[in-house]
Design a protein around this ligand. Structure first.
Ligand code: ZN
Length: 488
């Protein structure tokens, strides 16, 4: 049996959000709020952002800074940036992704990416400035740092950085590869309301009509289709965006707002001529390593991005996790639903799903339990194409493949029948070596494998992973996940 290869994870949530405005030398009028305190330093946020940015350049086609579209967006960004008081500002940088769908995202510490599709969709400069101001405001308010503690970010970034390896994690070597674009994290509606509110101040101070920002989002809502939903699913509508901005600005001194510039018109024409790709094409290209190559060749990759030392097949050893314990990863009893192309599963809402839009494979894990290509707690789902006539043989073949690719892994019994929502599958217990260390020694790991035949003739397999010590405490969670699993 061959396990299916390739499996790029989409981290559109690692891809965070924000926004700001430019300076029209306003002496009166609204001030930007105090962004508040977070557990991460500025430097830590910036470093995380740069690491995530390095992933972006592997996962997406990005225009080089020499592109007229990028130059225009960067000029606009500078104009917005100058209205932010320096003590609250960030090293903002602006780049354009060659993607058709309307979207934009911000990384911690300042990098902001705008899709070509967003520029195409903007009817005037203020609308585009509004998207950028909104993204800048997510950074300004440090929403990503407020949403996740540092150790979670560290887990996510190392997950992004390479293949899973070590322990059962090197299952992933056969099936699962993390990339940027699929980490499922979203801004809350409260974050959205804040980003609109801060964005409105930035807009005003930079000379743009703040209402244009909210109206653009409302327009996306009405259009649906054409990528609008993607932006709105990353940036959920807090409700009455336009009314909220109108209320916010009602007492501000009236001022004359900037009209659309000729530069905007030119950049929009340029954007319409720029080669852009669908989300699906981008995911496919990322799997083939196309964008990493293209971004280097075009000179799009900014200098000074952190180098990923884990490139290349087989170059990665298993990581270790020294201080992960059950208390840190304890699953929430509240579950959230993940729908893949041909499966659906519920999982604890304080864990994260890393999903590959091409293969449909998924890893679901607490971010603190993923490091350096290893997963200590969580669930790996992938597909295998059996070269066997019976489910028992196919399962045995898979077990053998897993044992061969995971040193120390072995089955402790034969496959037993199991029924999952009416589908007859097999269940196998395995033991292996956990990436979690105790007194410098790896702990024993328990892995619970479920195989399920699918209509198209392949096998969906699911592996529930935990150190042996903790497995029984997680079993109810894993059983609840399994009970929710639907395969098509
Ligand atoms: Zn947002």
């Amino acid at each position: 049996m061959k396990t299916q290869r390739s499996f790029a994870v989409r981290v559109s949530s690692v891809l965070l959000i924000l926004l700001v405005t430019w300076s029209g030398a306003v002496t009166q009028g609204p001030e930007l709020p105090d962004p508040g305190r977070v557990g991460m330093t500025k430097e830590q946020q910036e470093q995380l952002g740069l690491k995530a940015m390095a992933e972006v350049y592997k996962q997406m086609p990005v225009l080089p800074d020499s592109s007229p579209v990028t130059r225009y967006v960067q000029d606009l960004g500078r104009r917005l940036e100058t209205v932010i008081p320096s003590q609250y500002s960030w090293p903002y940088q602006f780049h354009v992704v060659q993607q058709k769908e309307i979207n934009a995202f911000a990384l911690p510490g300042g990098p902001i990416f705008i899709n070509v599709g967003t520029i195409n969709a903007a009817d005037n400069e203020a609308e585009l400035a509004g998207v950028m101001a909104h993204e800048m405001s997510h950074v300004y308010m440090q929403h990503s740092a407020k949403q996740m503690p540092k150790q979670e970010w560290a887990g996510i970034l190392s997950a992004l950085g390479g293949l899973l390896g070590g322990g059962i994690g090197s299952l992933a070597r056969a099936g699962i590869q993390f990339g940027a674009g699929t980490l499922l994290m979203k801004y809350s509606r409260n974050d959205e309301a804040q980003a609109d509110s801060v964005g409105a101040v930035i807009m005003y101070r930079a000379g743009y009509d703040p209402k244009q920002m909210a109206e653009f989002f409302q327009k996306l809502e009405q259009q649906a289709g054409n990528g609008g939903p993607q932006f709105l699913s990353d940036h959920p509508n807090p409700g009455n965006r336009v009314a909220a901005v109108e209320k916010e600005i009602q007492d501000w001194p009236s001022r004359r707002y900037l009209a659309t510039s000729q530069q905007f018109v030119n950049a929009k024409q340029e954007a319409a001529r720029t080669k852009s790709y669908s989300a699906q094409q981008i995911a496919d290209g990322a799997q083939r390593g196309l964008w990493a190559q293209q971004n280097v060749q075009s000179g799009a990759v900014p200098k000074g991005l952190p180098v990923d030392e884990s490139e290349g097949p087989g170059s990665r050893g298993g990581g270790t996790l020294n201080n992960v314990s059950l208390t840190q990863i304890r699953p929430s009893s509240s579950f959230t639903q993940l729908r893949g192309r041909d499966f659906a599963i519920a999982y604890p809402d304080n864990w994260r799903a890393f999903q590959d839009s091409n293969s449909g494979g998924v890893t679901i894990a607490p971010p603190t339990a993923v490091a350096q290509g290893s997963i200590a707690y969580g669930v790996i789902m992938s597909a295998a194409t059996p070269n066997a006539n019976t489910l028992d043989d196919a399962t045995q073949d898979l077990v053998q493949t897993l044992e061969q690719s995971n040193a120390g892994l072995r089955a402790t019994g034969s496959p037993r029948p199991v029924s999952v929502n009416g589908v007859n599958g097999r269940s196998v217990d395995l033991v292996g070596t956990s990436p979690v260390q105790q007194n410098g020694q790896p702990m024993r790991e328990r892995d619970w494998l479920i195989t399920l035949p699918r209509q198209q003739g392949d096998l969906l397999y699911v592996v529930f992973v935990a150190p042996e010590r903790d497995f029984d405490q997680l079993r109810p969670t894993y059983e609840k996940m399994l009970q929710s699993l639907q395969v098509r």
